[in-house]
Design a protein around this ligand. Structure first.
Ligand code: NAP
Length: 259
């Protein structure tokens, strides 16, 4: 399927690895010129080189912390006006509700609510002005089915879900769609960081901890960044103009829900 995205321009935040990288690759495959962001300059430069070589699109790496206003300014300045924005950042650490301080909540809100909101506020006016734009926010399955030990994530990301629900309907008339992608468990560094402590606490191998978690997913495996990226690229495509303000769960059937 031709996604109709050749020569569009996109910012993909937090994208040297994992789900952001999967989105960047799928957009690049569709011919989208990329501004690619992550904090670590070396891994980001490698990712940019690989994507450029594989898909023949221009890739501008901007090493910056997207959760800071300086980081966002650097990304936005390098990008200029864009057609597509993929919002992403690292997720907050796991923990216990009684331990989280105000500072912990502020950090989670900065990363997973206020950063994507600020990026949308920066790019939406030009998208609306040109009558076409696509925004996809990487959130989490936890906004549908909260994960208790990821309470910081649950709290910040449901705030973003609320913001998108209203705002998506305010900009849709100008040809701009905003949607959220909700990852369940995917095989990235993030999930290794979550399986590691479980293995240690239970005295089992990382593989055994992963196998136990995979058994809780109806498809019996973790999702891949490529599958995730393909859905992201479709949401950005010309075919997805009627999909507005949705929260699309990619979780292998893990959440036992009717809707
Ligand atoms: P990942 O594999 O750890 O990759 C994270 C990427 O984001 C890296 O490129 C990292 O590079 C970059 N990054 C992290 N913090 C950043 C920041 N402040 N500014 C700029 N770049 C930043 O993580 P992932 O699994 O793809 O997860 C992506 C998001 O989805 C996270 O918010 C995660 O919580 C959420 N999520 C993931 C899963 C899953 O199963 N994987 C499930 C639910 C939700 P640098 O470290 O160099 O900056």
């Amino acid at each position: 399927m031709d996604l109709g995205l050749r020569d569009k321009r996109a910012i993909v935040c937090a994208a040297s690895k994992g789900l952001g990288r999967g989105c960047a690759e799928a957009l690049a495959e569709a011919g989208v010129e990329l501004v690619l962001n992550a904090r670590g300059a070396d891994a980001l430069a490698r990712a940019a080189d690989e994507i450029r070589a594989r898909y023949g699109v221009s890739v501008t790496p901007v090493a910056a912390d997207i959760t800071t206003s300086e980081g966002r300014a650097a990304v936005l300045e390098a990008a200029g006006e864009v057609d597509i924005l993929i919002n992403n950042a690292g997720g907050p650490p796991p923990g216990v509700w009684a331990d989280w301080t105000r500072e912990d909540f502020i950090a989670a809100l900065d990363a997973n609510l206020l950063a994507p909101v600020a990026m949308m506020q920066a790019v939406l006016p030009a998208m609306m002005g040109q009558g076409w734009g696509r925004v996809v926010n990487i959130t989490s399955a936890a906004v549908r089915a909260p994960i208790a030990q990821l309470g910081l994530s649950n709290t910040a990301r449901t705030g973003l879900t609320g913001f998108v629900a209203g705002t998506a309907r305010q900009v849709a008339g100008q040809g701009v769609t905003i949607n959220n992608l909700l990852p369940g468990i995917h095989a990235t560094d993030r999930i290794k960081a979550l399986d590691g402590p479980v293995a240690e606490a239970d005295g089992i191998s990382l593989e055994a901890a992963s196998a136990r978690r995979m058994a809780t997913i109806p498809v019996g495996r973790y999702g891949t960044a490529a599958e995730f990226g393909a859905m992201c690229a479709f949401l950005c495509s010309q075919h997805a103009g009627f999909i507005v303000g949705q929260n699309i769960l990619l979780d292998g059937g893990a959440a036992n829900q009717t809707i």
